[in-house]
Design a protein around this ligand. Sequence first.
Ligand code: AGP
Length: 610
Amino acid sequence: MCGIIGYIGGQNAVPILIDGLRRLEYRGYDSAGIAFFKDGALDVRRSVGKLKNLEASIQGQLLYSNIGIGHTRWATHGRPCEENAHPHRSGKFVVVHNGIIENYVPLKEKLKGLGHVFKSETDTEVIAHLIEEHAKKGGNLAAATRKALMELKGAYAVGVIGEDEPDTLVAARAGCPLVIGMGRQEYFIASDLPPILNYTNPIIFLDDFEMAVLSRDGVAVTDLKGKPREKEISTVLWNPVMAEKGGYKHFMLKEIYEQPRAITDTFRGRISPETGSVYLGEIGLSEAETRKVKKVTLVACGTSWHACLIGKAMLEELAGIPCEVDIASEFRYRRPIIDKNTLLIAITQSGETADTLAAMREARARGARTIAICNAVGSTAAREAQGVVYTHAGPEIGVASTKAFTSQLVALFLIALHLGRSRGNLDSGQVKGYLDELVKIPAKAEKLLLDTEDGIKKLAKDFFRHTDFLYLGRGYSYPVALEGALKLKEISYIHAEGYPAGEMKHGPIALVDEKMPVVVLAPKDPVYEKVSSNIEEVRSRGGKVIAIVTEGDKRLKAKADYLFSLPETIPCLSPILTTIPLQLLAYHIAVLRGSDVDQPRNLAKSVTVE
Ligand code: AGP
């Protein structure tokens, strides 16, 4: 996700834009840019990297304008570089954008056919050219912008200014947040509250498919057809720091709640449930090449390694391809059996984990094709892989990975469907069935978050002083058990172990007594009966059972000491949901223990050393 900001009023816009971008950098920091008026003409300044680079580039220059827009970028299309930095310009029109335009490729082709020359790899630049094209046919900035937005598919929050209308700032949204600050004869737009609350707190929250036209005289809100919309003005009493976390106490909790959007953004533009199609051109493999793949090896570290374990099960079930999984730091020192018929999938949120990069290079040296599932566009892993499937989770600030993990599972699911279809293991009807369930997951995750957090908070109060936890699962839930244990370990510092539930009788059950909380993942799936028996084993030894079950499960309600229900889904997508209560449990226990949740001791967000 990116951050956009805009201003029109009696003050100098430039410092307001820079200050606002500083308060939005948590949304992305690959590049930054501003556009404003200078000597009656539009001036655009952009720098790759953090905001401080843009500040340095304008240092000492007298820049004064009463209107302007700004942007700080988290790259989704096009690597981080100055050409891809926003604002994007076409003729007299300049745009900043947060979101993903799904149909930018055909629109770009159409515009090229009309003589437009593109300078960037981004989807956003298309919007500027579309506005220019519509403006040629007459109408003011607002009218041209409205017509351009009507052609877009996907998600956007935009700010637009035009050289011929120095007193007009146009903003609009569909699927991405946009707020309007209502100052005294000055008005602001922003992706989030922090940049505005420093100046004013009467706020209009724009809704999807609404447009706002800001001028010195005020703000007019309409729908995309131009029909006026009455909007409530809310007074927001948050302080700016609180607002950066969206009102959440920690980035980790905010990111847990961002998962429905991150999941949606990761499949958005890559699927057509109607036709049972998956579009993953970025994977870099032709149909013929996918048929030649004899084995897939998945490598990663930490939470991303847990995603690999789930990806293995998905690929074997949906694509019918033999899969191996390796911890990257082990893989690179083994003598792995790898050749040109091996497809190596490296999963790395940061794209900079040293062990994972080394494993990729080792596999490449042995002739394997390499794909990276990555959250950071233009990162080392993304640049070195022969194909990249980006998760669109946006920046993950909390050290403990949450939304990146569930987004990785979505990416793996799409790859499994894509390979299954291209190798003839699935027909389009089967793919359609899987996609029909995938598109329901964000709403199921949303419901789960709202239904379970209060109960999890109470549970955390009962268990935050415990010194040991066990997490058990089978099948798709075994890697989730590992992930739940890691979440608890890394932010609460409590010792926790994840185990295959079937392994308990081979030793770990000796650990179980009345002091041992045992979290058991028992969704409705082919191994449910077996897991139910494991719960009996634990209870008969006095263990406290915390069961995560599918809604309507009456049988385990009687057997568990604590029970949390989640919406039903298909086994291969269940990890996206079963993980969420475990993230919340780790979070609330850590808060009660007073840990530094976003920056736990001894850890770093990206382990760039061996
Ligand atoms: C997960 O909560 C941890 N922060 C850690 O295990 C992380 O998943 C691991 O370091 C891998 O990072 P990457 O995905 O950026 O490669």
